[in-house]
Design a protein around this ligand. Structure first.
Ligand code: HEM
Length: 495
């Protein structure tokens, strides 16, 4: 009897093995290898080789050793790093139909953030959410928010007069407020200050959750079913708290905007929420719930994805201006000549202020706010340049490496706005940092026009009215400043 069982077990094992080999052969008929990469440990793979502290530099080092497309595996999950513009264009642009998915992360379900289209799988639902977002934030539509940007910049400059040391808090408030107003029409955002803090914490949690190898549950999905009282399941309690934050961020401000509309409180300028709410069908309409869900989500993601990123770039700008007084002086001379001192610069002056424009391009390149972008994934198996790319591979784009490639940007670690100029005009032959700073393909950042316009107005107006200097200690010595990573997706300053 025992012999029979052993025989059956061996037969079953052989059957599964042969079936596995056949399936692999079917999926990879040309028997192509995956891209090169460091050899990993059995089962664990390259988990200990995934760079953790400054990952974009770590991945760049690996790319220099193995090539500009590398393959790693962590606990069974495949991961590809694209280390050059060519690789990114080949996969994320030219093969966008297959490479526009997001990795499916069980933590997103635990954190209850599947409402965010930034995390949604590529498909009909994502397309519908993104289209709704785009109608309010495309290049033309953002002009509706220029008055908000101009007004908030003026408020920022006014406050700076009495509190020059609070400049970093000032830019945070400026962009937090501008985006809240554009998204929800709140004229007084102080009432939503607690919300801003919750949103900030949530963004941090989202960024942490996506770091490869950070949470075991992302590699072993069944872990999400263990009860929170189980020893070692503390992460479940933590994510429950995050889910509560997620609920607050997506529901509270939208409900408030609905009350404003119901009570006839009009905001000074157009907002996404008011426009959505005005167009929602009656409660009895069967499509109402779905349309309201889209509206709620699209407004919330504008704030979540837009505030910290834009503030991070503004912070880098302040750092650069304080570190390079001669660049600041050149920009001020241009503003004096073109605008004079009777008014503040406006977004529409950008074409006439090429040097200030070049400073903003250089900030975006030099201080890559999202150095590794947001990971993509491929929906189907793929063959590319002699390599096999299994479906569901996490695709990481090293935007920092692309924007610091010395073959494209000479002396990449130096801050040189002049690199974009020729005969006093923007030189179209120099690659624009937008080729990588905002990601790629169909997932490219849809908020980039808002942040580019808002940052331009803030920078030009600040230069028109103030000079930025590095802080000094009591003895009058310059205190060295440093720019550091704040969370794994968005860089920011700590001093
Ligand atoms: C300096 C400012 C900003 C930077 C550097 C930045 C960068 C990025 C990057 C790298 C991505 C991922 C693209 C990809 O997957 O390839 C992204 C996605 C996204 N960004 Fe931005 N962003 C900024 C500002 C904004 C603003 C102001 C908003 C909203 C008003 C916004 C909304 C979004 C959304 C909704 C996505 C997800 C798109 C999708 O998955 O389809 N971002 N951003």
């Amino acid at each position: 009897m025992l012999d029979l069982f052993v025989g059956l077990a061996i037969a079953l094992g052989l059957f599964l093995l042969v079936r596995g080999i056949a399936a692999r052969a079917r999926r990879n008929p040309h028997r192509l290898p995956v891209p090169p990469g460091p050899k990993g440990l059995p089962l664990l793979g390259n988990i200990y080789q995934l760079p953790q502290t400054v990952p974009w530099e770590g991945y760049d080092k690996l790319c220099k050793e193995y090539g500009d497309i590398i393959y790693l595996k962590a606990l069974g999950q495949g991961l590809i790093v694209l280390g050059s513009q060519q690789r990114v264009v080949d996969l994320l642009d030219k093969k966008a139909v297959n490479f526009s998915d997001r990795p499916s992360l069980p933590v997103h379900e635990l954190m209850d953030i599947n409402w965010s289209f930034a995390a949604m799988p590529y498909g009909a639902a994502w397309r519908q959410y993104r289209r709704n977002f785009h109608q309010y934030l495309n290049n033309n539509a953002v002009q509706e928010y220029h008055p908000i940007m101009h007004e908030e910049t003026k408020n920022f400059l006014r406050k700076l007069k009495s509190n020059p040391d609070q400049i970093f808090e000032g830019v945070q408030f400026l962009f937090g407020t501008a985006i809240m107003r554009a998204a929800y029409g709140f004229d007084d955002i102080r009432q939503n200050e607690s919300l801003i803090h919750i949103a900030e914490a949530l963004v941090h949690e989202m960024a942490e959750s996506a770091v490869p190898g950070r949470f075991l549950v992302n590699n072993f999905t069944p872990l999400k079913y263990i009860p929170s009282w189980f020893p070692g399941a503390g992460f479940k309690k933590h994510f429950k708290m995050v889910a509560q934050m997620s609920f607050e961020v997506v529901h509270r401000p939208f409900e408030e905007a609905k009350r404003d509309v119901d009570d006839g409180r009009k905001s000074s300028y157009p907002s996404m929420a008011h426009s959505f709410i005005d167009r929602l069908p009656e409660d009895s309409d069967p499509t109402r719930a779905e349309l309201e869900e889209i509206a709620r989500s699209v407004c919330a993601i504008a704030y979540l994805a837009g505030a910290e990123t834009t503030v991070s770039s503004a912070t880098a700008l302040l750092y650069a201006l304080a570190s390079y007084p001669e660049i600041q002086a050149k920009a001020q001379a241009e503003i004096d000549k073109v605008i004079g001192s009777d008014r503040l610069p406006l977004v529409k002056d950008r074409g006439e202020l090429p040097y200030v424009h070049a400073i903003l391009k250089e900030v975006s390149r030099w201080y890559t706010v999202a150095p590794l972008g947001v990971a993509h994934s491929n929906t189907e198996d793929d063959e590319y340049d002699g390599y096999f790319i299994p479906k569901g591979t996490i695709i990481i784009q090293n935007n920092w490496a692309i924007l610091h490639n010395p073959e494209v940007f000479d002396k990449p670690f130096e801050f040189i706005p002049e690199r974009y100029l020729k005969d006093g005009e923007i030189d179209p032959s120099v690659p624009d940092p937008d080729i990588a700073a905002f990601g790629h393909g169909r997932r490219i950042c849809p908020g980039r026009h808002f942040s580019n316009d808002g940052l331009f107005v803030m920078a030009a107006s600040l230069l028109a009215t103030y000079s930025i200097a590095a802080p000094k200690d009591k003895e009058g010595k310059v205190v060295p400043m440093k720019l550091e990573l704040k969370n794994p997706v968005v860089s920011a300053r700590f001093d």
